[in-house]
Design a binder for this molecule. Structure first.
Ligand SMILES: Cc1cc2nc3c(=O)[nH]c(=O)nc-3n(C[C@H](O)[C@H](O)[C@H](O)COP(=O)(O)OP(=O)(O)OC[C@H]3O[C@@H](n4cnc5c(N)ncnc54)[C@H](O)[C@@H]3O)c2cc1C
Length: 335
C-alpha cells in the first residue's frame, strides 16, 4: 500500500503519521513544494520581528519522520492529479503514484487587485521564505504599510513595529471567511497596537499603489488617503491551494469538498486542513475550518481513514483559528 500526501504543513504531517500508525508496512510519502524542513507557520511573525530565530520555529511534529520511515520529498509542487491512473505529476517533471492520496496543500494569501500594478512594492507573509524576505527588507525600510484583516493583519503589524518600522495598518474589515478574533478582543488589540505607535486605517481598501522611484511607494486608500512607504506587507486570509486539481474529477467549492470522513468524491482521495471544505454532520453544511489545530486534527483523521479507520470528523469551535504559541495576543501587541 502506498499513501501519498501533498503538503508538509500540520495536516500533511498528521495524515502521514496516522497512516503509518494504522498501516505499519505501508509506504508513506509526503511530497511538498517546500524545500525547508517543516516549520511552525504561526511563529513566522516572531521570525520577522526578531523575537525568534530560525532554529526556534521547527515543527516538532516533523522531527521524527525519518524514524517513522515516512519519506519527505521537498521541492515537489503538485501540478496535476490523474485520478484514473492514481498518479500525481509535479512541476519538476517527476511523478508519484499512490493507492491513497491526501491533499493537504493549505492556502495562499489573496492579492488585492490594486497591488498588481506595482509588483515591487509588496511582499506576502505566508511562508518561511516570505518571512525571511519581509525581515530582510523590513530592516532596510523605515515605513511599512500592512494590508490585511483580523489576526493575520494584527500579527504582521505587530511584527513590523517590533522590527522598528513606522507601521500603517490598512484593515479592510471582517475577513471573508470569518474569524473569531473580532469584536471586543480585536478592538482591544488594535488599541494596544495604536499605543505602540501603529497608525490604523479601518474599513478601507487599497485603491492604488504608485511606484515613485522603485524604493518609495504611494498607497492610495479607497477613502482617498495617501500613505508613503517603502514596503507593503500583504497579510490577507488564505484561499485554498487547489488549482492543480482542475481536470482531476475531484469536486471543489472554495476548497476541496470532503464528506465527514474527509473523503472526496473520488474514493481513494482525501483532503485535510486549510484546503478542505469539510462536511459538518451537525450543521449539515460544508465549511473550511482554518487554523493549525484544526488542520492537525483533520490530517490525523484523514490519515486514519485512508488506512481504514472509518472515523467521523466532528467540528469543535475550539479547534478553529486561535493563538497557539507564545504569549496571548493582547500581551504580544502591547509588548
Ligand atoms: C503568519 C501566519 C500566522 C498564523 N498564526 C496562526 C495561529 O496563531 N493559530 C492558528 O491556529 N493558525 C495560524 N495560522 C494559520 C495556520 O498556519 C494554518 O491554518 C495551518 O498552517 C494550516 O495547515 P495546513 O497543513 O492545512 O496547510 P499549510 O500549513 O498551509 O501547509 C500546506 C503545505 O502544502 C504545500 N503546498 C501547497 N501547494 C502545494 C502543491 N501544489 N504541491 C505540494 N505542496 C504544496 C505548502 O507549501 C505547505 O507546505 C497562521 C498563518 C499565517 C500565515
Amino acid at each position: 500500500m502506498r499513501y501519498l500526501i501533498l503538503g508538509s504543513g500540520p495536516a500533511g504531517i498528521a495524515a502521514a503519521k496516522a497512516a503509518r500508525k494504522q498501516d505499519t508496512d505501508a509506504e508513506v510519502v509526503i511530497a511538498t513544494e517546500e524545500h525547508a524542513a517543516p516549520y511552525l507557520r504561526p511563529m513566522l511573525p516572531d521570525l520577522v520581528s526578531g523575537e525568534r530565530e530560525l532554529a526556534g520555529i521547527g515543527d516538532p511534529q516533523g522531527k521524527d519522520l525519518a524514524d517513522l520511515k515516512i519519506k519527505l520529498l521537498g521541492g515537489k509542487r503538485g501540478r496535476r492529479v490523474d485520478a484514473a491512473k492514481n498518479r500525481v505529476a509535479f512541476s519538476d517533471g517527476s511523478e508519484e503514484t499512490y493507492n491513497f492520496l491526501c491533499v493537504a496543500t493549505g492556502g495562499r494569501p489573496i492579492l488585492p487587485l490594486a497591488l498588481m500594478g506595482a509588483p515591487g512594492s509588496f511582499l506576502f507573509l505566508n511562508s518561511l521564505g516570505d518571512a525571511q524576505r519581509v525581515r530582510e527588507r523590513g530592516m532596510r525600510s523605515d515605513t511599512t504599510v500592512v494590508y490585511g484583516p483580523g489576526y493575520l493583519g494584527i500579527e504582521a503589524a505587530r511584527a513590523m513595529r517590533k522590527l522598528g518600522n513606522q507601521v500603517i495598518w490598512i484593515n479592510p474589515g471582517l475577513p471573508r471567511f470569518g474569524n473569531p478574533i473580532s469584536g471586543e478582543a480585536e478592538a482591544q488589540v488594535t488599541d494596544q497596537l495604536r499605543a505602540r505607535g501603529v497608525k490604523v486605517h479601518e474599513g478601507t481598501e487599497i485603491a492604488d499603489v504608485i511606484d515613485v522611484d522603485g524604493k518609495n511607494f504611494e498607497v492610495v486608500t479607497a477613502g482617498g488617503a495617501k500613505v508613503r512607504c517603502h514596503l507593503i506587507v500583504v497579510a490577507t486570509e488564505r484561499l485554498p491551494n487547489i488549482g492543480f486539481l482542475e481536470g482531476s474529477g475531484v469536486k471543489a467549492g472554495a476548497g476541496v469538498l470532503v464528506d465527514e470522513y474527509l473523503r472526496t468524491n473520488v474514493s481513494n482521495i482525501y483532503a485535510a486542513g486549510d484546503c478542505a471544505e469539510v462536511f459538518d454532520i451537525n450543521r449539515r453544511e460544508s465549511r473550511i475550518n482554518f487554523g493549525w489545530r484544526s488542520a492537525m486534527k483533520q490530517g490525523q483523521l484523514a490519515g486514519e481513514n485512508m488506512a481504514g479507520g472509518g472515523k467521523v470528523f466532528i467540528r469543535n469551535a475550539e479547534d478553529y483559528f486561535g493563538l497557539l504559541y507564545g504569549t496571548p495576543l493582547l500581551e504580544r501587541a502591547g509588548a
